[in-house]
Design a protein around this ligand. Structure first.
Ligand code: CS2
Ligand code: MN
Length: 358
């Protein structure tokens, strides 16, 4: 298990690299150029600058999350080739600073979707919450709620400039069925994977969050069957997964340990976190401890251990604790993610000790 931490960059995160050094076991920083919008060129000097900041504190730069995919690629417009060329240029540049995995997603319009950012839990902390009924409302209202809640923080996948064109975006996706979106993803992968093989960067698609279609938009990475189909369509190991238990775990039908056992050699990046799914299908993010939610996190870690997983891991989101929601980006506080790391490493160390398999 190669433990990492998502950091939003200097001046864009209230948590510094010096804070992160004090969390036991963290070896790498998951990073990105967060000021870039999808389809924009990443300049080498901008990449180098962040990579140098990270390595100067002794961390690895191996994982980038995300390089976002332009809507024209997802929609399949003639302009997609231009944006794929830019994507390839970014892949080649990232290889020069030691990047080994790129996490990305192929969700139309919205990245992760929640209806409330600060829903109070019984213990007085608060966390990201999803209520099915609220998703029946106008998407514009939901977008406004999320952007207002995030305040001054930029949130990846929730760029205000792009979302200002919401009606236009919905119109552009009107004819994009699940099948069409899948074809467009395969088209994209067939162009980029040969380059990834050449420069040794693995692509790791993030599942849809939540793991079902919303607002009538198709979602295609959400279950064992949809994932299997995608991995088979482009069979190279460089076409792999970010296996996010928080996203896939929103649907109780997903047997997460079984999926890990099946896909382990294609999982390049593991997001391990817990969600509590209610009977009506609403869900809230909770602590990493298995019994606090619906994801048996210890079983998840065990499935990775049994399969000799050596890939990158991060705790993904956390609750907001001890008043930190006033100063942190939603889902990305310091305390609960640090506690989560200790839980994950505790389970892992204990498995190593009891099985003798390191
Ligand atoms: C992340 C995703 O914060 C999160 O939920 O796991 O936003 C992830 O970064 C993207 O989907 C990857 O493109
Ligand atoms: Mn995730």
């Amino acid at each position: 298990m190669n433990m990492t931490w998502r950091w939003y960059g200097e001046g864009n995160d209230n948590i510094t690299l010096d804070h992160i050094r004090q969390i036991p076991g963290v070896m790498g920083i998951v990073w990105s150029l967060h000021h870039k919008v999808a389809g924009e060129v990443w300049e080498m000097d901008e990449i180098q600058k962040v990579a140098d900041q990270i390595t100067s504190k002794g961390f690895s730069t191996a994982v980038v999350e995300s390089v976002n995919v332009h809507d024209d690629i997802k929609i399949g417009l003639p302009t997609r080739d231009k944006y794929i060329d830019i994507y390839i240029d970014t892949i080649r540049k990232l290889a020069k600073v030691g990047v080994k995995v790129i996490c990305y997603n192929f969700m139309p319009i919205f990245d992760w979707t929640r209806t409330e950012l600060y829903k109070e839990l019984p213990d007085g902390s608060n966390a990201l919450f999803y209520e099915n009924m609220a998703i029946n409302e106008n998407p514009r209202d939901m977008v406004n709620r999320i952007l207002e809640g995030a305040g001054e923080f930029t949130m990846p996948g929730w760029e205000p400039e792009r979302l200002a064109r919401l009606d236009e975006l919905f119109a552009a996706y009107a004819d994009v069925t699940e099948e069409k979106l899948f074809e467009n993803l395969v088209y994209f992968l067939k162009r980029i994977i040969p380059v990834c093989e050449e420069v040794d960067i693995k692509m790791a698609i993030h599942p849809d969050d939540p793991a079902w279609p919303i607002f009538g938009l198709p979602r295609i990475v959400r279950s064992r069957d949809t994932i299997r189909r995608l991995l088979d369509a482009v069979a190279s190991p460089y076409n792999g997964l970010t296996f996010c238990t928080g996203s896939l775990g929103t649907n109780p039908k997903n047997d997460l340990p079984a999926m890990i056992r099946e896909f382990c050699n294609r999982i390049h990046f593991a997001h391990i976190r817990n969600v509590k799914v209610f009977e009506n299908g609403d869900f809230i993010e909770v602590s990493h401890r298995g019994r606090d939610g619906s994801v048996d996190v210890a079983e998840v870690v065990k499935a990775y251990h049994e399969n000799g997983f050596t890939g990158y891991v991060r705790p993904d989101h956390g609750r907001h604790l001890w008043g930190e929601e006033k100063t942190c980006r939603p889902g990305y506080g310091l305390y609960d993610r640090a506690l989560g790391i200790m839980y994950l490493l505790g389970v892992w160390d204990s498995l190593e000790n009891t099985t003798g398999v390191k």
